[in-house]
Design a protein around this ligand. Sequence first.
Ligand SMILES: [Zn+2]
Length: 113
Amino acid sequence: MHELSLCQSIVELIEEQASVQAFEKVTRVCLEIGALSCVEPEALAFGFDLSTRGSVAEGATLDIVNIPATAWCFGCNRTVDIAQRGDDCPLCSSARLHVTGGEELRVKELEVV
Ligand SMILES: [Zn+2]
């Protein structure tokens, strides 16, 4: 499962931060997930539960912030919302779009003690 290995790298990152910043426990993890990142939030939550066991993030609350997919339209010269990669511009139907947002997958915030 893609989400599980993803969670494992997130936990690795958190453990790394824990030793750098000397915190003992993470109480909340806030993740930003772009609409184009192909991550299933439910699978992610499940993987997070499994991966954090025995780590500093065990029992931490997982907050998921969904980032909408956006693209720059060369027809409209503005940023537009898209549903998925390869979509045409919803405003002018141009196919000349450059994806600018929605691919992110990162730890936005950690609440630690
Ligand atoms: Zn357009």
